[in-house]
Design a protein around this ligand. Sequence first.
Ligand SMILES: Cc1cc2nc3c(=O)[nH]c(=O)nc-3n(C[C@H](O)[C@H](O)[C@H](O)COP(=O)(O)OP(=O)(O)OC[C@H]3O[C@@H](n4cnc5c(N)ncnc54)[C@H](O)[C@@H]3O)c2cc1C
Length: 493
Amino acid sequence: MSKKAIVIGAGLAGLATAIRLRLRGFEVTVYESNTHTGGKVTEFHRDGFRFDAGPSLFTMPELVDDLFRLAGKNPSDYIETEQLPVTCNYFFPDGTTLTAWSDPDKFGKEIEEKTTDSAESVHKFLKKAGRIFELTSELFMKRSLHRLSTYTNKTAWNALIHLPEIDTARTMITAIRASFKDPKTIQLFSRYATYNGSNPYQAPATLNIIPYLEHSRGAFFPKNGMIGISSALTKLAEETGVKIELNSKVERIIAEKGSVKSVLVKGKYEAADVIVSNMDIHYTYHKLLPDQLWPERTLNQPKSSSALIFYWAMNKSFPKLDLHNILFSPDYEKEFEFLFDRFEVFDQPTVYIYISSKRNLEDAPAGKENWFVMINVPHNRGQDWDKLVHHARKSILSILEQNLGEPIEPLILSETVLDPRGIESRTSSFMGALYGNSSNNRFAAFMRHPNFSKDIKGLYFCGGSVHPGGGIPLVLLSAKIVDDLVREDHDLP
Ligand SMILES: Cc1cc2nc3c(=O)[nH]c(=O)nc-3n(C[C@H](O)[C@H](O)[C@H](O)COP(=O)(O)OP(=O)(O)OC[C@H]3O[C@@H](n4cnc5c(N)ncnc54)[C@H](O)[C@@H]3O)c2cc1C
């Protein structure tokens, strides 16, 4: 008889874990409290416009493809993905605009023309970041950091021998300043710390692998929008025989004699040999394991930033804007001080605009656009969000007017707002942090919760709040790590 696995939560990590365990022969049920799968990767429709509600940038699509290949399927039968010719359009406060071409030579030329830095400096920087990726990805992203077996092989020794090259001793900003002299290039490369909700003035330079991944491996867009990722994985899960139960909030994880026994869901105890929680680790302990000893030190690590998003149906099309656009703050250092030290919202924030209708024409009526306008904000510490949202809206509109040269408010046909409170309540993300813990110190990678429980046999954890961290690629890797651990622990082939 097959062993039974229960996955709590149908976020991308939960779906990927369910698929992997099913392919390993487990009978798998996913319980999801929402009425939809995908967790943060979701969408909504309003007045003829479609909006991706959560993530907007897709890197490392091969990690999604891997799941289809593992199941013996062709990924392109489920998800069509294109590499973007332009990864982002940048607008600087002095009026300079810069196009980040995905072609490295074109991008280098653009940097040379628009800044005082050379194409050569860009290539050198990305090459070094590529080397960091090569040294770290196997050890720090694809394996559990909390098992001895991770360190007893050649890959680990290679990474440890080359530790200085991994650049953990410097901050991101120090390494970027050492490579570039123009404040615009420095700002452009510093912004990648926000991809995992961190601060470039504190996070280790190792995180410079993020611009490497975007510039050297590419930024992608799934046809039909980001929702295409969760729909494709949901379909694959169902086809492989995973049972997905929506509207099914798990209330407790039950353990007996140091091993998992069952979960309490909809008033019934459902037994399992393996239980994987895709729920935020803080809430997993606080809500599902109230009687266990909580790993307070790990749970209390500083959290990543959150987001404030205005979804605007726009009554006009803006040729100046592309799929991804960044309108930079005139004082980046202060913006991060507000985010991570003061936990307030800066009144001259960097504004990000994602317009999926630029590539997916059906997402907005002809001549109109679906704007996802986001600023980074602190995680939820009980701030007066109604007041902050009101002020931020005003600042954003003024920044957009300055950059686009016309009043924006009269063009807004409808508005939907998401702030850290909503992010927290919709997916149980502790404090509305987008990426679990921040990576604002060099030990952060080791302070994330392991992918397994040290106290309860058969209990595992996947998703953005545990190792290796948040963001679509990393949560998919957390599923792979859990699968490897289950294989190791259950002596499976
Ligand atoms: C606004 C926003 C923008 C982002 N932008 C990007 C981006 O551009 N690129 C990128 O790579 N990443 C981005 N991210 C981060 C990315 O979305 C997440 O890291 C990733 O989707 C998290 O997936 P997950 O599986 O860990 O968790 P989640 O998506 O949070 O899924 C957890 C699931 O568990 C369910 N659940 C919780 N508790 C229970 C319970 N008790 N019982 C049953 N089910 C439960 C929840 O309902 C949810 O469906 C963004 C996130 C947000 C919110």
